[in-house]
Design a protein around this ligand. Structure first.
Ligand code: ADP
Ligand code: MG
Ligand code: ZN
Length: 557
């Protein structure tokens, strides 16, 4: 395969003038027959990187993809371009299946799409064993790695089988989300050397990031979509129940919206998804079950109604906006209580302790995203360890916030010295109580009212103090370790503040914010039960269990 031929296919078949960044580099490695890994942003054009070689190289290309819906869409559009492509999966009738297997065995196809489970079929294996294969591609390759946020065991388990297929010239892996661990995992599993990794980074400057705090979420939502009526958008909510209630609310308000979650029947899901993709409705309200492999290019906004589990998941979901390159908004509605739901989900998961600790750490980075003063996409790039060529994106909440910055060094010193007096053994909630001078019984229990910092910030509310502590964590003055219970600890930066070597500045708007409460009552009940249970097993130190007042506050809904 020569690059010049690839260029010709790009123009003649697909009608595009030039390659996008990364595509050419990938195709050139592919033309050398190397095992290759491509990391490109969502909407970056990864599909072309296997479609073009599929068309050009002799033999049949096998594309492994986790999502059945995506296969059909891609095959349909390849057919309109006159490419010999098909998919083989469980949705076929037996006639269709037999016909496609027959054509496959005759070497008719340039590309076939299969789900990983297909490799469990002995008939499929014997067929492709006799076949001339041009290469195997793993789309959404992060699913191979258990470090990825969407690990699929079926993806991992086929690697041995594929390693035994000696007639496969090379493998190609493609993904949009990959932390260093995931990248290394993919390389190791598919034998891809460092020179054969093309990483364009995943910064997308058409995405404008926003964090909305201290506002009624529902009001904000209705207001926002009213002002963007003609635009297509996705609203992600954390629970099925919330998806249904938001959807019902939107319908009642006269918006055209579909909904989607894993609790719906397959045909309902399919139908709702199609209504959205075909622009019959503008809005999709969904849990995170929706979206993988969805190729809808004109999504103008993605709103998260609550905190996602981690930055990886957030970036992937938010990244479903603006695949056509047009400016699009990624908005996260945050309230302080949101993190409890995610903690609960981690707590309740079947992960072992080590993995849980890792998930907590990732969740904490997600929470920090909502509290930071930094440019938001820069924060995300830092998180992924990407070299960040931009200091400020100029569009995000933090870059556009004109409000004045206020010197809060003295307040910070109060908090930091309180953390020190409390011997770095407690979390934000109790620290705030001490600073407030609360009469909470845990204060008495640990004799914290004897501390010199007790009541030091009594003119502020506990909530304000807690928010301020979160801000100090987000800005790196305090750390919370990777333990499941975020115990506050001082950092080097904190030492500098305490010694008056560094000042702490905070935006005026940040100071006024008071988080509202918005919680799924049913889930919360379960959460409370679980907490009680664990507390009686004495696994959780008593000060981590919520006070009755906090419980009431959470239940307000
Ligand atoms: P992803 O990397 O997320 O898999 P896709 O392969 O689905 O992205 O491509 C996203 C969109 O970009 C598609 O509509 C595709 O046709 C378009 N595209 C891909 N390559 C180019 C290119 N070189 N020029 C213009 N548009 C392109
Ligand atoms: Mg893709
Ligand atoms: Zn910015």
């Amino acid at each position: 395969m020569r690059l010049i031929d690839a260029q010709k296919i790009l123009q003649d078949y697909f009608g595009y003038a030039d390659f996008r960044s990364g595509q050419k580099e990938l195709l050139s490695l592919i033309s050398e027959g190397k095992n290759t890994l491509g990391i490109m942003p969502t909407g970056g054009g990864k599909s072309l990187c296997y479609q073009i070689p599929g068309i050009l190289l002799d033999g049949t290309a096998i594309i492994i993809s986790p999502l059945i819906s995506l296969m059909k869409d891609q095959v349909d559009s390849l057919h309109t371009l006159g490419v010999k492509a098909t998919y083989i999966n469980s949705s076929l009738t037996s006639e269709e299946y037999n016909e496609r297997m027959r054509l496959l065995s005759e070497g008719y196809y340039d590309l076939i799409y299969v789900a990983p489970e297909r490799f469990d079929s002995p008939f499929f294996l014997t067929t492709i064993n006799k076949l001339q294969i041009s290469f195997i591609a793993f789309d959404e390759a992060h699913c191979i790695s258990q470090w990825g946020h969407d690990f699929r065991p079926s993806y991992r388990s086929i690697i041995d089988t594929i390693n035994q297929l000696t007639q496969i010239p090379f493998r190609l892996a493609l993904t949009a989300t990959a932390t260093q661990e995931v990248i290394e995992d993919i390389q190791r599993l598919l034998s891809i050397d460092d020179q054969s990794v093309v990483n364009t980074g995943f910064y997308r400057d058409n995405l404008h990031f926003h964090v909305v705090k201290g506002q009624n979420k529902q009001d904000f939502l209705i207001n926002y979509i009213s002002q963007h009526r003609q635009e297509s958008g996705i609203i992600y909510a954390p629970t099925r129940k919330l998806v249904e209630s938001i959807h019902a609310k939107l319908i009642k308000e006269g918006f055209r919206a579909a909904y989607y979650h894993a609790g719906l029947a397959e045909d309902v899901r399919r139908n709702e998804q199609n209504r959205f993709i075909n622009d019959q409705v503008e809005i999709m309200v969904a849990t995170n079950a929706f979206g993988m492999g969805i190729d809808k290019s004109n999504v103008r906004y993605v709103i998260h109604y609550s905190l996602p589990m981690n930055i990886e998941a957030y970036y992937q979901e938010a990244g479903r906006a603006g695949r056509d390159g047009e400016v699009s908004n990624c908005i996260l509605l945050f309230s302080g209580q949101d993190s409890h739901l995610q903690s609960f989900l981690i707590e309740q998961s079947e992960l072992d302790e080590e993995m849980k600790a890792l998930e907590y750490k990732k969740l904490r980075a997600m929470i920090n995203y909502c509290h930071t003063d930094k440019c938001l996409p820069c924060y995300i790039l830092d998180y992924f360890g990407e070299k960040n060529p931009y200091h400020d994106c100029g569009h995000c909440t933090n870059c556009t916030d004109q409000s004045e910055k206020v010197d809060r060094t003295r307040d910070a010193q109060m908090v930091l010295s309180c953390v020190m007096r409390m011997e770095q053994r407690f979390g934000a909630t109790l620290t705030a109580k001490v600073l407030k001078g609360s009469k909470d019984k845990k204060i008495k229990q640990f004799e914290l009212d004897q501390l010199s910092t007790y009541g030091l910030m009594k003119e502020r509310t506990e909530k304000q103090i807690t928010e301020f502590i979160h801000f100090l964590v987000a800005e790196g003055y305090l750390s919370t370790g990777s333990d499941r219970f975020p115990i506050l600890q001082l950092t080097q930066k904190a030492a500098d503040v305490l010694k008056n070597k560094e000042q702490v500045w905070m935006r005026q708007t940040e100071i006024q914010q008071v988080a509202e409460t918005d919680f799924d009552p049913e889930l919360f009940e379960r959460f409370r039960e679980l907490r009680k249970q664990i507390a009686t097993e004495e696994k959780i130190p008593p000060y981590v269990v919520f006070s009755d007042a906090t419980l009431k506050d959470l239940c307000r809904y």
